[in-house]
Design a protein around this ligand. Structure first.
Ligand SMILES: [Fe+2]
Length: 571
């Protein structure tokens, strides 16, 4: 399909309602970062980005500008992902700046500098979350007090309803630091893995040359050109014990490779197993320069210089009694190996499970545990994903989904509440529709069958985003809810159900049907309400829900979630 890479798409700041049964609205905004605002004001790029070095206005002093760039102040154009710290959401790239956003209106809010809380220059845009709502992330400290190191940190969960000022980052805890192989050449990494007991960090030979970065401006090159792949080096794999906060003593290594995305990691029978998408070098970066993308679009190229591969590594957690040359992997379902070498190191060879795929997503409830299904973009032949796929890592079978002249963003898996099976849920993806006269749409696929459930056309331009982030309406339902009361019986109503029913009867005297159910097992933490009333007539669904919310204003304060279903009596 043809795609115009050189044109900025319009934003859609006010919600647009789609024409579907039910209710779906769409909105989009450009992040009003300081970088964005400065560039718009100047009508040119004046803040340097990864792939674009900005040069001074000729009316300004070159000396001052040069000094400013010697220690680069990075961009806050956070176009990589969304991170949740505490109860707040932040747009992020990999610099020391993140921008808080309102997840409903998408308005740009506070600018946070990690360096106020942690000595880090770079931080990943792919943290992990545990079921208590804590966030784990890692960053790099460059040449600070003569040391360059990697820092793994935890941002504790914030109590629901607690003030987010100061930001949750103020309570950050450093879990562990790892020395870098070289003072001036830290490894570049985009994500990491986490199991119940371990953190997996790949120190790959794609390195940031700090001295080159410091002089990039003077030399007129961008920062991306200061990233260099060293095929002569191997890749170190670090396993950090989350309890002792120390690296396990075994040295693991593999051949030179480049990894951007970890898929998942888990522990099994004395091994740490982790899945990653790997590349043979860093030519992926070159593919995304605007001139290359334009060339590709003009030529209709269907081949790509890169071939991302889905690989599984298996790392045994002990090597004490093994003889040299022995493969210590004891899992019978994988061909991945870890062979003990003379110096005691383990040389790890992965198993390839799939090729030509990227931006992996799993059911995140299985993060850190053994997973079976992965949802990915098929990207092998182009920078645009023209297929999405469901990969079964047990059988290595794939089910693809595609539609003519369509390109897909990251497929985000949303589990069904209360699901008992891993693939019980839906996959959401935004679709750029290249068919003349047709709108872009949100696609909903059924998790098990990977078949289309719905496509929701919106009268707006959708964007090809880097990553997607699903926020449930009652976000706290993702977390474990402490049950303060005894379990209910099926034959009786709880006090809360009786109380809420009475309030609604009083507020909606015309109600012809009303059902209130405590769906938190009698805890009073979450309710589902079905109400049919003439009071809702000629009101939009959102207005009907607002009336119910207003009626239960006081009760809601003590709840973690509320599902409302309203209807109008049939005449
Ligand atoms: Fe990413």
């Amino acid at each position: 399909m043809h795609y115009d890479y050189g044109r900025n798409k319009s934003e859609c700041p006010e919600p647009i309602k789609s024409e579907v049964k039910g209710e779906v609205t769409y909105r989009s905004r450009y992040l009003r970062s300081d970088t964005y605002n400065s560039n718009i004001k100047a009508n040119r790029i004046i803040v340097s980005e990864m792939g674009t070095m900005a040069f001074p206005d000729s009316s300004k002093s070159v000396v001052v500008t040069f000094l400013n760039h010697t220690i680069p102040d990075f961009t806050d154009n956070c176009a990589g992902n969304i991170i949740k710290y505490g109860n707040d959401y932040y747009a992020t790239s990999e610099t020391n700046y993140i921008r808080k956003i309102d997840p409903v209106t998408l308005e740009t809010q506070d600018k946070l500098d990690y360096q106020k809380y942690l000595p880090v220059n770079l931080v990943t845009s792919h943290p992990h979350y545990d079921k208590e709502g804590n966030t784990y992330n890692m960053g790099t400290t460059i040449a600070d007090k003569g040391k360059t190191k990697y820092i793994i940190f935890k941002v504790p969960a914030t109590e629901k309803g607690a003030s987010e000022r100061p930001a949750a980052l103020k309570s950050v805890e450093i879990l562990c630091t790892l020395p870098c192989r070289s003072l001036f050449s830290p490894s570049y990494y985009h994500s990491f893995g986490m199991t119940e007991n371990y953190i997996i960090f790949i120190e790959q030979p794609l390195k940031l040359d700090i001295l080159k970065m410091a002089t990039a401006y003077l030399r007129g090159v961008n920062w991306a050109s200061c990233l260099k792949f060293h095929p002569e080096d191997d890749t170190l794999i670090h396993i950090i014990d989350r309890k002792t906060k120390k690296e396990v003593s075994i040295r693991y290594h593999t051949g030179a490779m480049v990894v951007y995305h970890h898929v998942n990691a888990f522990e099994e029978d004395g091994h740490v197993v982790f899945d990653v998408i790997t590349y043979n070098d860093n030519s992926l970066y070159d593919m995304f320069y605007l001139d290359k993308l334009k060339q590709q679009a003009a030529s209709g190229a269907t081949s790509s210089p890169v071939n991302p591969m889905y690989k599984r590594f298996v790392l045994p957690l002990t090597n004490k009694v093994a003889e040299i040359g022995k493969d210590l992997v004891n899992l019978n379902y994988t061909t991945a190996s870890a062979v003990k070498e003379k110096d005691g190191k383990l040389l790890c060879q992965p198993e390839v499970l799939c090729e030509g795929v990227e931006v992996p997503r799993i059911n995140y409830n299985y993060n850190g545990q053994k997973h079976r299904y992965v949802y990915l973009n098929v990207v092998g032949m182009s920078s645009l994903a023209t297929k999405i796929t469901k990969l079964d890592v047990q059988t290595k079978q794939r089910v693809d989904w595609t539609s003519e002249n369509c390109a897909f963003t990251e497929p985000v898996f949303v589990p069904m509440p209360g699901a008992s099976e891993e693939d019980e849920g839906v996959i959401l993806t935004s679709v750029i529709n290249g068919n003349p006269g047709e709108s872009d749409f949100l696609l909903v696929l059924e998790g098990k069958s990977f078949k289309e459930m719905a496509r929701i056309y919106v009268n707006a331009e959708l964007h090809i985003d880097m990553h997607g982030f699903f926020i449930p309406q009652n976000d706290e339902t993702l977390l474990s809810l402490p049950c303060r009361k005894t379990l209910r019986t099926f034959s009786s109503k709880t006090d809360g159900e009786v109380r809420i029913t009475e309030i609604l009867k009083h507020k909606f005297p015309l109600a012809s049907a009303l059902k209130v159910v405590d769906i938190s097992g009698g805890c009073g933490a979450m309710y589902e309400i079905h109400i049919e009333s003439d009071e809702f007539r000629e009101k939009r669904t959102v207005e009907q829900h607002q009336l119910v919310n207003q009626a239960l204003k006081e009760e809601i304060k003590a709840m973690h979630g509320l599902r409302i279903f309203t209807d109008i009596p049939k005449k």
